[in-house]
Write a protein that binds this ligand. Structure first.
Ligand code: HEC
Ligand code: HEC
Length: 208
């Protein structure tokens, strides 16, 4: 289990997405299932630096396989901690919900199916291609999240609301079967997103 998780982290970090958040060297080390609380970032005095460090924590969730598997850069969802391509082969189709005969809803219901292991949540479908995160750096994902042309026309306030309350997002903490949930809780994730926005929604820059 642990080796598989490490492999997934490597798969992402080879593209730079799992780089340690900048400015958080003074923060408490945490395990991969845990999120740091907003208050722990108050030791970072500089507001912009604190904002970038907060995004680094937010990105630990965004780049977790439970989230990023549904935000692929191609037409095929990813699966499992290894982020392998979806088996059986399925494609996003014109509305990100599959194609006739292989619609997401042919298998994915509005809740997890424990007997068949098929995960589920209401309106299960892929994030549109402009919201693709796989293979992108944390910095690139950050700039993209703030861009209404690439985030579904959301304001920063709507982004906070989405992260804190959306039901597809919520699934990542109750993924069914033996799947590893995203780190922390959705409430913590929502609070971290809000704190990032309140501190200016700064983006970490890629290290050369
Ligand atoms: C079952 C597929 C699925 C899963 C799992 C999923 N998403 Fe998404 N996500 C979507 C879809 C579909 C949209 C577009 C719908 C919308 O904008 O409301 C989206 C949009 C978003 C957006 C807003 C657009 C953007 O990219 O800026 C954010 C933020 C987001 N998801 C975060 C997450 C996070 C965080 C997780 C995991 C905790 C997650 N998603 C898991 C399907 C998924
Ligand atoms: C023929 C049935 C079937 C169809 C059609 C199907 N899926 Fe799946 N999907 C599965 C099964 C089964 C799993 C669980 C695999 C496992 O974990 O062992 C799965 C897992 C996933 C996962 C991975 C969850 C995770 O984090 O490991 C995502 C994301 C996903 N499907 C998205 C989609 C989307 C989007 C569509 C439509 C474009 C779709 N699926 C169509 C059967 C299907």
């Amino acid at each position: 289990m642990r080796t598989i998780a490490v492999a997934a982290a490597l798969a992402v970090s080879s593209c730079g997405a799992r780089r340690a958040p900048p400015g958080n060297s003074e923060l408490r080390p945490v395990g991969q299932t845990e999120l740091r609380a907003v208050a722990e970032f108050e030791t970072i005095r500089d507001r912009a630096e604190r904002s970038r460090a907060l995004f680094g924590e937010v990105a630990r969730v965004l780049t977790h396989p439970r989230c990023i598997n549904c935000h692929p850069s191609g037409d095929v969802p990813h699966q499992r901690m290894t982020m392998e391509l979806h088996d059986p082969p399925v494609v996003r189709g014109p509305a990100d919900a599959g194609v006739p005969g292989m619609e997401c809803s042919s298998c994915h219901q509005d809740r997890n199916q424990e007997l068949t292991r098929v995960p589920g949540a209401p309106n299960w479908h892929l994030a549109p291609i402009e919201m693709a995160w796989v293979g992108k750096s944390i910095s690139a994902i950050c700039h993209q999240l703030k861009d209404p042309a690439r985030n579904g026309g959301k304001t920063l306030a709507q982004l906070v609301e989405h992260n804190g309350h959306d039901t597809l997002v919520a699934w990542a903490w109750a993924p069914g079967a033996d799947r590893e949930p995203a780190p922390g809780t959705q409430a913590q994730f929502g609070a971290l997103t809000a704190a990032w926005v309140e501190t200016g929604a700064e983006c970490p820059e890629d290290q050369p």
